[in-house]
Design a protein around this ligand. Sequence first.
Ligand SMILES: [Mg+2]
Length: 237
Amino acid sequence: MFLDLDGTLSPLKEKPADVVLEKRLLELLQQLHQRLDGALAIISGRSIDDLSRLLSPLELPLAGQHGAERHDAVNGYSLTEPDYATLHEAREELNRFLEAHPELELEDKGASLALHYRNAPYKQTTIEKQLESLRERLGDALIMHGGKSVFELRTTSCNKGEAIHQFMQVTPFAQRTPVFLGDDLTDEDGFEAVNALGGYSIKVGQGETRARYRLDDTQAVEAWLKTCLEQWPVEPA
Ligand SMILES: [Mg+2]
């Protein structure tokens, strides 16, 4: 089972830093993780540091920054190195841009940058233009993705689908049927990956999607996860 975090397990907040996972949700994840013999991973745009902090004291397999970082029980930590020079230039330029647009927030995740505009949705077009011109100058090294009130910039072609494929190569995920829940545009790669593997893709909320199933919101996700836990047969030891 692969789960996105923001907008899937926890409602979106004005600032991503304000998100907290309720204790009962952490307990539920812990139980699911045990029941699945460890085959429960979080696949997120957040950094692994940030995910570990949010999930503490749980230690789950993690894919951070859309798969640029991974942590699993078999291989430990791995990072697909970004093009640091290009990221550095982008960060410098965006910091200058932010001086004129203080409502925006630039998050440096190490291998990627996120420009959040939840406090200024009316600036979406201005930001898009700025990022387009940045991309023209820095060239193809920079990959850009729009999400909910955020633009993500990275230099590696990692995505959530590849992150899922990588987990599916290793124990305890290998040879099992994948399930992926996500709510945003970057989750579409994940949906495609599990569709191709004959798994279950589940979109949270409204909007066009390649997912084959749908849940309304984070509350519905929690209720569904609880039902899974209650109804899955316990394998004899
Ligand atoms: Mg999300």
